[in-house]
Structure formats: structure tokens, C-alpha cells
Design a protein around this ligand. Structure first.
Ligand code: C2E
Ligand code: CA
Ligand code: CA
Ligand code: CA
Length: 279
């Protein structure tokens, strides 16, 4: 066993070294990318299932480097989290999203709410609330145009501080959604402890709606639970008309997904702001 262990060590060490080096290299690149503004946002439309109206857009971050290579958030968000860059990245995203609303307003376009993803580390930082309020003030955007998407993992960290933070944000009119609902490490008891506005059902539940009866049961149950508590429900990752029909029959209020639209560049959102009803 000892010999095996040594062999393993010898085999893995150089690879592990390269892995760490690659990550360090990427974190330095990311730090530079933030300064050089290589990060940008795309926006995925959200629709009301009752009125067929565009009710919001979710901001999703992208990174195109100087060589034209496009990185997806699954590649660089974890690196930002590990190398202490997630606070700056989060602030960058928030600022871009609200600057975009301000630009549309300046062009006399009707606004829709923007949903911004918030990482647990970012939510836990002491100056999160003031950062959000400052950013809204900087762009003169009323708080009700902003929805923060936080995960269940943000709620389990420091219960009393989380409670106070959510109360403060909501007292200003900022809306709170629980993202990736059903996939985190938390109990149902937080659902009536914290003040929130909407639950977002994770794509992993939606994608199996038609193929796994048990999943359909869970989704129906979550929608009933949310309604009982007075929360809205957004289904994410809706790709088929069959999924849409099941969600609608279960009373789901809002949906987003490739069936409606992929995430779009700001210029592609403009026609949707002008004509927000789907046929
Ligand atoms: P998420 O918050 O669950 O966002 C939904 C993801 O599903 C997005 O991937 C979106 O492009 C994708 N998607 C939407 N509709 C469909 C569909 O119908 N089918 C399929 N297959 N996929 C769909 P994306 O943009 O790659 O983002 C991945 C994750 O990265 C997000 O998951 C979110 O957790 C994180 N993320 C994205 N932008 C930010 C950000 O600005 N800040 C933070 N902290 N995290 C972000
Ligand atoms: Ca999200
Ligand atoms: Ca998420
Ligand atoms: Ca998700």
C-alpha cells in the first residue's frame, strides 16, 4: 500500500502543480480582464405565463479575452471565488446591469426588471447592502427594478445577519429570488423565516418534467408550497412546449429558457422592450 501511495504521489504531483499553475494564471488573467473590462453581460428574457408578457431579464456574465476566446461563467466564477475576486466581479456585474437599464431609460425605452446573480461570498461580505444601494443611486434606478438571485447556500451561513440583510434590501424595494431552488444544502424552515419574493426552480427539475413522473410531482409540490407562502415561482431552463404545458397546468407564474429565448445581447433585447408581448 505504501509503495502504491508513493507511486501515486510521483504520478500526480507534476499534474497537480500544473493544475495550480493554470488556475493561478487564469486568476491573474481574470484580474486583468476586470480592469480591462473584458467581461460583459447577456440577458435572458423571463415571461409571465398568464399574460405572455416580458416581465424581466436575467443578467448572465461572459468573458471574451483579447484573443477572442469566450469563457463561460462555469469556467471562471469558481476561480473568482477561490482567488478573492468574486466581490469585484459581482460589483462589476451589478454596475453593468444597472448602467444598461439607465442607458435604455435615457433612450426612452420602457424598462423591465433585471435579475442579477449573487455569489454566497459576495452576499456574506459586510458591505454588500451598501454596495447595492450605492450602485442603484449612481445610475438613478429605483430599487424595484432590481432582483437579486441568491442561492440557498447564502441563507445557511449566518442566520441572524442574513435575516437583517434581506429585511434591509427588501425594505428599499429590492426583490429577492432564491436561485437553483431544491439543489442547495438547506432546510425548508428558511422559507418562512426569511423575506423573499420568488423561488426559481432549477433546470435539473424542469428538464426531467416529461421523463420522470416523480420530478413532475416535486415541481407541482414546489409551486403549491411557494403559492401557499405568497411567493412567485420562476421555472428556469424551459426547452419544450411539453414542459411549458405542465408548468402552466401546475400554476407556475413565470418561465425562462431556450423555448422562449437564449440569453441575448443588449441590442437584441431592445425590440422585446418595445413589444413585450409574445404571440
Ligand atoms: P443559473 O443562475 O442557474 O443560470 C441559468 C443558466 O442556464 C445560464 O447558464 C443560462 O444560459 C442557462 N440556460 C438558460 N436557459 C436554458 C435552457 O433552456 N437550456 C439550457 N440547457 N440552459 C439554459 P450560464 O450563463 O452559463 O450561467 C451558468 C451559471 O453561472 C448560472 O446559473 C449562475 O449560477 C452563474 N452565473 C452567471 N452569471 C453570473 C454572475 O454574474 N454572477 C454570479 N455570481 N454567477 C453567475
Ligand atoms: Ca440565476
Ligand atoms: Ca445560480
Ligand atoms: Ca440553475
Amino acid at each position: 500500500a505504501k509503495a502504491d501511495g508513493r507511486n501515486c504521489t510521483r504520478f500526480f504531483e507534476p499534474a497537480l502543480g500544473r493544475e495550480i499553475e493554470a488556475r493561478l494564471g487564469m486568476s491573474n488573467q481574470l484580474r486583468r480582464a476586470l480592469a480591462e473590462r473584458e467581461l460583459y453581460l447577456v440577458y435572458q428574457p423571463q415571461y409571465s405565463l398568464s399574460t405572455h408578457q416580458l416581465t424581466g431579464i436575467e443578467a448572465l456574465v461572459r468573458w471574451r479575452d483579447a484573443h477572442g476566446h469566450l469563457y463561460m461563467p462555469s469556467e471562471f466564477i469558481p476561480i473568482a471565488e477561490q482567488h478573492g475576486l468574486i466581490g469585484r466581479l459581482g460589483e462589476y456585474v451589478l454596475n453593468e446591469a444597472l448602467a444598461q437599464l439607465a442607458a435604455w431609460r435615457a433612450a426612452s425605452l420602457p424598462l423591465v426588471a433585471v435579475s442579477v446573480n449573487v455569489a454566497p461570498q459576495q452576499f456574506a461580505s459586510g458591505d454588500f447592502v451598501s454596495t447595492v444601494l450605492e450602485c442603484l443611486a449612481r445610475h438613478q434606478i429605483e430599487p424595484h427594478w432590481l432582483e437579486l438571485e441568491i442561492t440557498e447556500n447564502s441563507l445557511v451561513q449566518n442566520a441572524s445577519r442574513t435575516l437583517a440583510q434581506l429585511q434591509t434590501l427588501r425594505s428599499y424595494g429590492i426583490r429577492i429570488a432564491i436561485d437553483d431552488f431544491g439543489t442547495g444544502y438547506s432546510s425548508l424552515s428558511y422559507l418562512d423565516t426569511y423575506e423573499i419574493d420568488r423561488l426559481k426552480i432549477d433546470r435539473s427539475f424542469v428538464s426531467e418534467l416529461e421523463t420522470r413522473t416523480s420530478r413532475a410531482g416535486i415541481v407541482r409540490g414546489v409551486i403549491m408550497l411557494a403559492k401557499g407562502l405568497g411567493y412567485g415561482v420562476v421555472a428556469e431552463g424551459v426547452e419544450t412546449t411539453g414542459q411549458l404545458a405542465m408548468l402552466r397546468a401546475s400554476g407556475c407564474g413565470y418561465a425562462q429558457g431556450y423555448l422562449f429565448s437564449k440569453p441575448l445581447l443588449p441590442d437584441q433585447i431592445v425590440p422585446l422592450l418595445r413589444a413585450p408581448f409574445r404571440s
